[in-house]
Design a protein around this ligand. Structure first.
Ligand SMILES: *[C@@H]1O[C@H](CO)[C@@H](O)[C@H](O)[C@H]1NC(C)=O
Ligand SMILES: *[C@@H]1O[C@H](CO)[C@@H](O)[C@H](O)[C@H]1NC(C)=O
Ligand SMILES: *[C@@H]1O[C@H](CO)[C@@H](O)[C@H](O)[C@H]1NC(C)=O
Ligand SMILES: *[C@@H]1O[C@H](CO)[C@@H](O)[C@H](O)[C@H]1NC(C)=O
Ligand SMILES: *[C@@H]1O[C@H](CO)[C@@H](O)[C@H](O)[C@H]1NC(C)=O
Ligand SMILES: *[C@@H]1O[C@H](CO)[C@@H](O)[C@H](O)[C@H]1NC(C)=O
Ligand SMILES: *[C@@H]1O[C@H](CO)[C@@H](O)[C@H](O)[C@H]1NC(C)=O
Ligand SMILES: *[C@@H]1O[C@H](CO)[C@@H](O)[C@H](O)[C@H]1NC(C)=O
Ligand SMILES: *[C@@H]1O[C@H](CO)[C@@H](O)[C@H](O)[C@H]1NC(C)=O
Ligand SMILES: *[C@@H]1O[C@H](CO)[C@@H](O)[C@H](O)[C@H]1NC(C)=O
Ligand SMILES: *[C@@H]1O[C@H](CO)[C@@H](O)[C@H](O)[C@H]1NC(C)=O
Ligand SMILES: *[C@@H]1O[C@H](CO)[C@@H](O)[C@H](O)[C@H]1NC(C)=O
Length: 819
């Protein structure tokens, strides 16, 4: 038969992928850590390889050609917990095949060629899938009575057409929770009481089709109602070709326990749908779900459910994935007056482009409406045929995700009519913003994720919003005044944008949760987090973090228990040498990131070094050496400065030496020999004075013919000799204080203040410390001599004293003229 896959009116097939993962293959019984996992599926294996590591806990050899599992095949895998051998053509499992694998908790041997349900001695088994094997009967071996922990059993064979009470007796005392029964074929025979002995069942998936034997369907349903089963899923309930004359759902009205019904992957005609609803109306069902159905109107007026004379228990109704067999609008005529418990309604993947508003918006109890994944836009949702008052009188949450809405202002205006609406989901639409939006104060949650909006969006939102989702909306900047824009904001989701910076000067935002993962944030600073004093969860993974000092605070001080995605989603991006490295692995000399600590350490180091140096200097007379060096350097410098000016002058002596009689021994035995040995010519006081001449004339003579004048200062010298020089200097103001031609050697300490006040010049000179001290230490004496010679030899080329002296005197008014 040719099938039209059409939609509400538009010719676009609308296929929803329905995840039937309810079986929960990976549901936590076994470790799936990669080091304990071995996947050999699709390997053309003809038998299970030997020499497998015995650390394997999770082993998948599905989609191979393994005809049998016998003793020894799995003997090495003593820790095996999960074993999957599906689609292998498996025909035989020996009695002792799993004798070494008593730890197995999950065994999946579905889709094979087993003609006998194998005996299994697996005391730990929790989940067993035997479905889609050609065993001719459902008679379970007695050993199943020892599977004390078995919780989920999937069993089904195309070759088994009857169910007998004895078949499931071994499971009588086992607390099986979930049964997945059947292999998509019809049953010929069902013995009453077969399933009702599985007392602890709470969920059933029935993969059995019915066309003729609806009595079997009823008996089975009634049996499940004897257990604790609340939820029943009917997969491919009717075959595609089937004319249904009776009422298949008559049993529903007598149910007590069953409350959740879902019908999956099934062709349903409107005539059957009406029968179904008439029965559901009277039944205990609270929830009815249709997943992936093909709907066909075989009644001329479509779906007509006239006014019933009592209310229904339905609280939730889901229609997810509808293929419309016909190319026209389906017709509904349902009286919603007596629907007073329905709170949740989902019409998804139906191709709807016009809301059946008089049907849906009239439901007084409706709180949650999910119209995601349809073809709705503003004009289809609020179309002119709808009455605009008393719409959705109790609606709190509305999802319009994955539709074709585009005008935010229009939507904002219209939701003002939904007086209790708190939450609106507009994700995955084509929303644009151009007009101001006037939001009602009761709307506090809005999702606009996956719309192309840009940074302006913040101006179009409501100050009442507490939860805003702006993931993947093209935002690059968080506004600085966000806390005044949204004073009540507690959840802000900004994933998948291009935000580079979390602002630092946000005024405290009352956020509890912030998602800023998959952006362009390079670091998270303490200052920016101060903007979120109440934060409880932060998601910031998949950002290009820079692994340097900027990240120091985040890595060391930030409370990682706030991060829902730490550490797996955090990697370094820059610097290139760390690119791709796990953020938490990044180690660094964090010292360099703490200026305070750094300064303290530097100070400490300086202090230690300084102290060490001071001790060294002190114990080795470093101070003295330093002083000598200082004097020497000054002399050198000045010498160079004047070198050119002193050119061409001629002197008879390098130095004139003046000293006291008391110091003549030192001068005669040390000074003069030392200096003359180095080739200096000296005019020595007394020795070279011309007899008969006045002492001052002698001095003048010597001074004028010497390049330098060297005074050997001692207390005696000051007392006995200096007065001559004071007089001399006073008369010849030629030589100033600054003049380098005067060199003083201190034989003993002479405090400047101990000098008579009249020796003005000497006091000045000594205060300026421009002298050399004679050291007692022999090692130091060598330095002394070097220094002294250097001073005396500086600018040895001589000079014309008078010219220079005049210059200098003018520059130095310090020397008083003695009256
Ligand atoms: C067993 O494997 C099949 C094939 O992969 C899968 O469809 C089924 O859900 C698995 N059974 C259980 C109980 O997980
Ligand atoms: C398995 O065998 C088929 C044909 O025999 C070949 O095409 C396929 O590549 C093989 N697969 C592996 C994983 O060796
Ligand atoms: C169940 O286990 C007990 C103890 O291991 C054993 O004696 C008994 O034979 C087993 N029953 C069956 C049916 O295998
Ligand atoms: C289950 O337990 C009942 C009562 O304890 C007992 O009579 C019955 O034989 C047991 N069934 C099996 C299969 O062990
Ligand atoms: C099975 O039970 C139903 C009621 O639960 C009853 O109507 C029907 O006759 C029974 N069938 C047999 C074969 O006992
Ligand atoms: C639905 O109705 C068509 C006729 O419109 C019929 O051919 C088909 O067998 C019916 N299918 C079911 C499952 O009721
Ligand atoms: C939907 O149901 C049809 C049968 O009605 C089935 O062939 C198809 O695989 C189902 N699609 C999904 C996604 O489950
Ligand atoms: C809807 O059903 C009522 C009776 O329950 C009937 O009076 C009315 O005409 C029907 N409307 C349509 C459009 O079929
Ligand atoms: C209510 O409907 C049931 C059948 O659906 C009928 O037996 C009963 O008489 C009706 N009661 C009233 C008051 O209409
Ligand atoms: C059954 O349906 C109710 C109402 O929708 C729901 O709250 C509950 O979770 C469902 N139970 C199961 C087991 O799915
Ligand atoms: C926030 O800042 C934007 C511009 O940055 C400005 O247009 C807006 O008026 C400000 N809002 C408030 C409440 O301060
Ligand atoms: C980190 O946050 C958690 C949860 O908010 C809290 O329990 C814990 O005390 C915090 N740890 C530190 C060190 O602040």
């Amino acid at each position: 038969m040719r099938m039209w896959s059409t939609i509400w009116p538009v010719l676009i097939s609308c296929l929803l992928l329905i995840s039937l993962n309810a079986l929960g293959e990976e549901s936590g019984y076994c470790s799936t850590l990669t080091e304990h996992t071995k996947d050999l599926s699709n390997n053309n294996l003809t038998r299970i390889p030997s020499h497998l590591s015995n650390s394997i806990e999770y082993f998948d050899v599905s989609h191979n050609n393994i005809a049998s599992i016998v003793h020894g095949d799995l003997s090495g895998l003593t820790h095996l917990c999960f074993l999957k051998v599906t689609h292998c053509g498996l025909q035989y499992i020996s009695l002792d095949a799993f004798s070494s694998n008593s730890e197995i908790k999950i065994l999946n041997i579905s889709y094979n060629q087993l003609t006998v349900i194998p005996n299994l001695h697996l005391p730990q088994l929790r989940m067993l899938d035997l479905s889609s094997n050609p065993y001719p009967s459902y008679a379970l071996p007695g050993s199943f009575g020892n599977l004390s922990y078995l919780s989920i059993l999937a069993i089904g064979s195309k070759d088994a057409s009857s169910v007998n009470v004895d078949d499931f007796v071994p499971l009588q005392n086992i607390s099986l929770k979930k049964l997945i029964f059947g292999d998509g074929t019809e049953l010929q025979n069902y013995e009453n009481g077969s399933f009702s002995q599985l007392k602890s069942l709470w969920g059933v998936v029935l993969k059995v089709t019915f066309c003729q034997h609806f009595d079997i369907f009823s008996n089975m349903i009634m049996d499940f109602d004897q257990t604790q089963t609340k939820k029943i899923q009917l997969v491919k309930l009717f075959p595609d070709q089937c004319t249904i004359r009776t009422d298949p759902f008559m049993a529903f009205k007598d149910l007590r326990v069953l409350s959740n019904l879902s019908i999956v992957d099934t062709w349903i005609n409107s005539s059957v749908m009406v029968k179904l609803f008439k029965n559901i109306w009277k039944s205990s069902f609270e929830e009815t779900v249709f997943l992936n159905i093909t709907y066909n109107e075989d009644t001329p007026d479509g779906f007509q459910l006239p006014k019933q004379n009592h209310t229904t228990n339905l609280r939730a109704f889901v229609l997810d994935g509808v293929h419309h067999h016909q190319y026209h609008y389906p017709t509904f005529n349902v009286s919603m007056e007596l629907v007073n418990k329905l709170t949740y309604l989902k019409f998804s993947g139906t191709g709807m482009n016009i809301l059946p508003c008089n049907l849906i918006s009239a439901i007084k109890s409706l709180q949650l409406l999910d119209l995601s994944d349809n073809l709705l836009d503003e004009s289809g949702f609020w179309w002119f045929g709808c009455s605009s008052h008393k719409v959705f009188p109790a609606l709190r949450k509305l999802s319009l995700s994955h539709n074709r809405f585009n005008d935010l202002a229009e939507i904002a205006k219209n939701v003002n009519d939904m007086k209790f609406l708190e939450s609106l989901d507009l994700s995955f639409n084509s929303i644009s913003i151009d007009k101001p939006c006037f939001w009602p104060p009761h709307l506090i949650e809005l999702s606009l994720s996956h719309n192309n909006l840009g940074n302006d969006i913040f101006r179009y939102l409501s100050p009442y919003f507490q939860k805003i989702d702006l993931s993947k909306t093209g935002i690059s900047v968080i506004p600085l005044n966000i806390s005044s824009l949204f004073p009540r904001l507690t959840y802000l989701f900004l994933s998948f944008n291009s935000i580079q910076v979390i602002p630092v000067d946000l005024r405290a935002l009352m956020l509890l949760s912030l998602h800023i993962d998959q952006n362009a944030v390079t670091f998270i600073s303490q200052k920016s987090m101060e903007g979120f004093p109440k934060l409880r969860t932060l998601k910031a993974g998949y950002n290009p973090f820079s692994c340097d000092c900027d990240s120091f605070w985040f890595l060391t001080a930030f409370n990682k228990s706030l991060l829902s995605d730490w550490p797996q989603d955090y990697t370094c991006s820059t610097p290139p040498s760390f690119s791709g490295m796990r953020f938490e692995m990044y180690e660094h000399s964090w010292l360099s990131c703490q200026p305070g600590l750094q300064a303290a350490v530097v100070l400490l180091v300086l202090f230690v070094v300084g102290t060490a140096l001071a001790i060294t200097v002190y114990s080795c007379d470093g101070i003295w050496y330093t002083k000598m060096l200082w004097v020497w350097m000054r002399m050198k410098r000045r010498g160079y400065k004047r070198a050119d000016r002193l050119l061409n002058a001629t002197f008879r002596y390098h130095a004139f030496i003046s000293y006291s009689q008391h110091d003549s021994v030192w001068v005669g035995s040390q000074l003069v020999p030392e200096l003359e040995r180095s080739g200096l010519s000296l005019c020595v006081h007394e020795r070279d004075f011309e007899p008969g001449m006045w002492i001052v004339d002698n001095i003048i003579h010597c001074v004028e013919h010497s390049y330098k004048s060297l005074f050997i200062l001692s207390k005696h010298f000051v007392q006995s000799e200096w007065c001559n020089y004071e007089l001399f200097f006073a008369q010849h103001r030629a030589i100033s204080v600054n003049d380098d031609s005067l060199v003083f050697v201190l034989l003993e300490p002479i405090p400047p203040d101990s000098l008579p006040k009249k020796f003005l010049k000497l006091r000045t000179l000594l205060r300026r410390k421009t002298y050399l001290e004679w050291p007692a230490d022999e090692r130091k004496q060598r330095v002394f001599w070097c220094n002294l010679k250097a001073i005396l030899q500086t600018v040895d080329q001589s000079k014309i004293l008078k010219d220079v002296a005049t210059d200098i005197a003018e520059m130095c008014p310090l020397v008083p003229v003695k009256e």
